[in-house]
Every structure is written in structure tokens, then in C-alpha cells.
Ligand binder design. Structure first.
Ligand SMILES: [Zn+2]
Length: 417
């Protein structure tokens, strides 16, 4: 089995950038000729397509959100004029909206990098429990599995009882689907009198479409001996990022340009800062430049010990609307919750206020034991907060136990605008 899907995953940063910039430039030129809408967008911004040569040049274009895409498509059914008018299109998918997507050809290796990184190969029999009906998931994951040589059981959204039967009879080794569905399959197998770990052969699982909670991951891995991997993408742009064996961030796919931007301005934030994930899929069928996913993440630029050289996304920290900006940096509720978990579920709350023209970030923490609030403890807390949220805390206020109820807003923005 291959450790890397291809040599691109190990290419130098310079080579990757050159390759992606060239592909982007070709995509824009082709799109300008073939897509009425892209031509219109560039003309409206007074941009000569020859000027869009590198990823940095993308910043002059607007970010297109899912809502905006739906609106554009409804006015100009089916693809808003963003498609290559002379391309042969294999399949058309839909997603809620509705949005219609002309899909990349079957020869595209969508998701294959993710499956390869998860150790799935020709020896595997994979149960693909994503829907094959109208939406992209089923068929695109199926294709990716075939590209790494796995045998696929296209079980789709069949009942959990049928999935258990298939896992048993076909000696399935890998599961592809949502974490919650795998859990209900495991529960069903118990009801049917099986011991999932002893009686079956499922040892790997690749998840998408739903967050994988750390507690659930632990159950899969420790209790059921299933090695778990997360994959991230969107129907509009295909696969975006995937987890490797290090499970410390998701590698960005070689065929996508990912920007992390300030949703208010559309400009890139600095590496490590939180912002919206904006994706441009390099392809010659659908010319959707700068798709705004609405998801929040951070970029990890350090090299990963798996040997892949691509930058990684630090998971998804929430949706754009949930984040609060403090001194130009976003913090998200999920980051606060993560900090709370790291300190033994410490009840906490961030309060953002204003002093003159300056934002002030105050952390309220429940002092539920003697150690909390000591110098050493506070240093540790501030350091972790800085690591996760990148913002510096201005003040810490220790409160009595029970003063920060769980239903209270975890980030309170008390600034007046
Ligand atoms: Zn890695």
C-alpha cells in the first residue's frame, strides 16, 4: 500500500505554489472564454483575466457564499453561467437550495488522497454509507475509494440492520460515512447479539459531513479498535482537506487553493489566525472562484511529521456568524469550549468590551479549587489560551463556583457599535 497518493504531496512549497498558480492562471483564462458569468464578474471588477496569475491575485475578487451561489443559480438555472459551456459533463448533483453542480469527471481522484492517508488500499472492503441519491457524497467517495484500489460496498443510506448484515457477510474492513451513523450501526449490532470488535473486521473509518467529537473518537478507537480519520470538503468544490496518521490538522488537497480570510473584508488573515475557509478548486468545468464555506478555521504552516508538505487546517472552529472579533482577531465558541475541556471542564466566559478605542478581553473563570488563580496555573492558562485563540487576555476575573451557568453565552460581546 502506498504511503502517499502521489509525489505532489511531498513537493516543496515553491513547486506546489508554482504548480497551483499555473493551474489557476489556466483556469481563469479558460473560464473567461467559456463561462459567461465569470466573464461578467471579471469585467464588472475591471480585471483582465491575464492579471490573475497567482493565489495572491485572487484577493481582488469577491467571495461567493453558498447563499449567494443559490441566488445566482436561481436567476440563471442551472449553473449561474459558471460552467464550461463546451465541457462534457459526467454527472449533475444537487444540494439543498437547490444548487446544481456539474461534476468533475470520473477520472478525477476526489477524496483518494484522504483514503490513502487513512491507510485504505486494495486489501480493503469499504462500506460507503453516504447517500448515492442526487447528492455528490455517495458517488464521489465511491470513486475515491476505487482510486486507491479498495472494493466498495455501496450501502448508502440503507437501514442500520442491513449495514450490520453487510459488514458481517462481506467482511467489511473500512467504514465511510458519518460518525453518528457508525455509532448507530454499532448499537444495532449489539441489539442483534454481536460483539462489534470481536465478530467483525472493521478497523478503519473515514468520516465527513459531521464533526467528530473527541469523546466519540475515543470510544471508536479504544473500545472498538477502529482507527478514525476526518475528511473535509463541500459539494461545490469537492475535497478540501484530510487527516493523516498524525491526526493533528487536515492537509489541504493539492488541487485546491485554500485561503483563510476575514469574512468582513475578504482579505487573507495571517497564518495561524482564525478566519473563514475560502476555497478555489482548480478544474476546467466549473469556474467558481473563491467559494466561501462559512466555516472557521486556522492554517497550520509547520511541517507535518507524516512527510506531507502541504499546510493544514486546524479543524473547524465553527461558523462565521458565531465568531467574535477582538483586536482584529476572531475567537469562536468552539475554541473556548476546547480550552474549558483542557482545564477539566472549567466553567468560563470571555467578555469583550471597549476602553476608549481599544478592545478589552476579560476572561471570567470559576475558582472551584485552590490551584485555580495561582501564578503557575494562570501562566499555564494564558499560554494555552494564546495558543488556541491567538489573542492575548487583558484581564482575568475569578468568580465563585456556580456563577457561570452552562447555558450562559461563552463569548459575551458587550461593545456598543
Ligand atoms: Zn500529516
Amino acid at each position: 500500500m502506498k504511503k502517499y497518493f502521489d509525489s505532489r504531496e511531498k513537493s516543496s512549497l515553491k513547486d506546489r505554489k508554482e504548480r497551483q498558480d499555473q493551474a489557476l492562471s489556466a483556469m481563469v483564462k479558460l473560464g473567461y472564454r467559456k463561462s459567461a458569468r465569470l466573464r461578467q464578474i471579471l469585467n464588472a471588477c475591471k480585471i483582465d483575466p491575464a492579471r490573475l496569475r497567482t493565489r495572491e491575485d485572487l484577493e481582488v475578487l469577491p467571495v461567493t457564499s453558498r447563499e449567494k451561489l443559490v441566488e445566482m443559480e436561481m436567476r440563471d438555472i442551472p449553473y449561474a453561467g459558471l460552467e464550461n459551456s463546451s465541457a462534457a459533463i459526467d454527472r449533475i448533483f444537487t444540494s439543498p437550495g437547490p444548487v446544481y453542480e456539474p461534476h468533475l469527471s470520473e477520472s478525477d481522484f476526489l477524496w483518494a488522497r484522504a483514503f490513502c492517508a487513512a491507510g485504505i488500499g486494495p486489501a480493503d472492503i469499504a462500506l460507503n454509507a453516504f447517500s448515492y441519491h442526487l447528492v455528490a457524497a455517495g458517488l464521489t467517495f465511491h470513486n475515491g475509494l476505487r482510486k486507491v484500489g479498495a472494493t466498495v460496498v455501496p450501502s448508502g443510506t440503507s437501514s442500520s440492520q442491513i449495514q450490520v448484515q453487510l459488514i458481517k457477510d462481506l467482511k467489511v474492513t473500512a467504514y465511510v460515512g458519518t460518525p453518528s451513523f457508525l455509532m448507530s450501526i454499532i448499537e444495532k449490532s449489539k441489539e442483534m447479539g454481536f460483539h462489534f470488535r470481536k465478530d467483525f473486521h472493521v478497523r478503519k473509518a473515514c468520516f465527513a459531513a459531521e464533526p467528530l467529537l473527541p469523546s466519540l473518537r475515543q470510544v471508536f478507537e479504544k473500545e472498538y479498535g477502529i482507527d478514525t480519520y476526518q475528511m473535509y470538503g463541500a459539494t461545490e468544490v469537492g475535497d478540501v482537506a484530510y487527516e493523516c496518521s498524525q491526526k493533528s490538522g487536515w492537509h489541504i488537497c493539492e488541487e485546491t487553493i485554500v485561503e483563510i480570510v476575514d469574512p468582513a473584508t475578504g482579505k487573507n488573515v495571517l497564518p495561524g489566525e482564525l478566519g473563514e475557509v475560502v476555497v478555489t478548486r482548480l478544474n476546467d468545468i466549473f469556474f467558481l472562484l473563491r467559494f466561501g464555506t462559512g466555516d472557521l478555521s486556522r492554517l497550520i504552516t509547520e511541517k507535518c511529521s507524516c512527510g506531507r508538505t502541504s499546510y493544514r487546517l486546524a479543524g473547524i472552529a465553527g461558523r462565521v456568524g458565531d465568531a467574535v472579533k477582538v483586536r482584529g482577531l476572531f475567537i469562536a465558541p468552539s475554541q473556548m469550549r476546547l480550552i474549558s475541556v483542557k482545564f477539566n471542564n472549567l466553567p468560563l466566559q470571555a467578555v469583550v468590551s471597549r476602553k476608549g478605542h481599544e478592545d478589552v478581553l476579560t476572561l471570567r473563570l470559576e475558582k472551584r479549587d485552590m490551584e485555580i488563580g495561582t501564578k503557575g496555573w494562570e501562566e499555564k492558562f494564558r499560554k494555552l489560551f494564546r495558543e488556541i485563540c491567538t489573542v492575548k487576555i487583558d484581564a482575568i476575573e475569578y468568580t465563585e463556583t456556580g456563577t457561570i451557568p452552562p447555558d450562559q453565552k461563552i463569548i459575551l460581546d458587550s461593545r456598543q457599535w
